[in-house]
Design a protein around this ligand. Sequence first.
Ligand SMILES: [Zn+2]
Ligand SMILES: [Zn+2]
Ligand SMILES: [Zn+2]
Length: 371
Amino acid sequence: MSELRRDTLTGRWNIINTDDPLGPEAFDRESHRIVGSKCPFCPAQEQFTPPEIYAIRPTPNAANKPDWLLRVIPNKFPALKIEGDLNRRGMGIFDLCHGVGAHEVIIETPDHGRQMANFNSEEIARVLIAFKLRLLDLRGDRRLKYSLIFKNFGLSAGASLEHAHSQLIALPIIPKRVQEELHGAERYFEFRERCAFCDMLHQELQESERLVAENRLFVAYCPFVSSFPFEVWILPREHHSDFAQITNEEIEDFGRLLVETLGRLHRALFNPSYNFIIHTIPMERRDHEEYHWHLELIPKLTKVAGFEWGTGFYINPTPPELAAQVLRNVSGSPIPCVGESKTAESKKGMVESAIQPSNSLPRQAQQEGGS
Ligand SMILES: [Zn+2]
Ligand SMILES: [Zn+2]
Ligand SMILES: [Zn+2]
């Protein structure tokens, strides 16, 4: 018999196939060949992207020059634009407002051949520092209510460019999925006076069958009510509601566990496409004892079809207990890069300079003046 499992926070049910579960071999494999011609995210192609918002480079004042180690730019084809008023209004029974928001691209490395699963501790730390600083910066804009950081890796996960990058979209509203988690966590806290995520984590650590990997400050596990096969969540072990308050010490452990988890997925599922998102508190809520920030990572193995669309239920063919076991049984060491280049080695030790944003903040400056 399969199982219907109910998510404590959101009340959503999923169908978990415990009867005839699918292992890693059952899913289609996707090839990620590095083509690399005419890439606008490569160094010396800066003129093909909008001017940078933030960058990490050895010589700070040279904005939009090719010597960067990480670069944040506005999306050339943004879903939302930073300029203008919200003009929220009604139209009969409908509500609408202008598409105001931010849509930024974090180019994670200058090296076209490297992916996050190849990153060393300095490279992943730079990315996490950029996430943190961009979140903090956008909080200055009162029109914006929520920032989502996400990564699409691979064609079937929605990545249109192969050069390693992630994205940030800041919205003038709090998205429904986040609201559901927030409300669920508030309800739980009212009733029990404890954080639901802390309780969940505690239970996962005790039961241990869904654990994937852990280190001193972070834990990775397959959630009991996983919507997708091989879904993994990473949570700080201690209660923290706000990703943007992450310390350098936490960045180190979080980065290490994230790369390790990506390495395990890569080995177990033959380099799958994937998405990850970071769920943190909305912008105006600086402290939120009920909420616990986390990263949700989903390898792209199944398609969302009619049943999911019609019910909001997901049918998950791989029980999280099996997924975790498979992921624990492969090595978690970083994936060696195909055609490993020297640039990454020669650029070690640049994390410190990452703390200082570059002087080039053209759009941000405009925005702060205008809001
Ligand atoms: Zn490139
Ligand atoms: Zn907590
Ligand atoms: Zn979440």
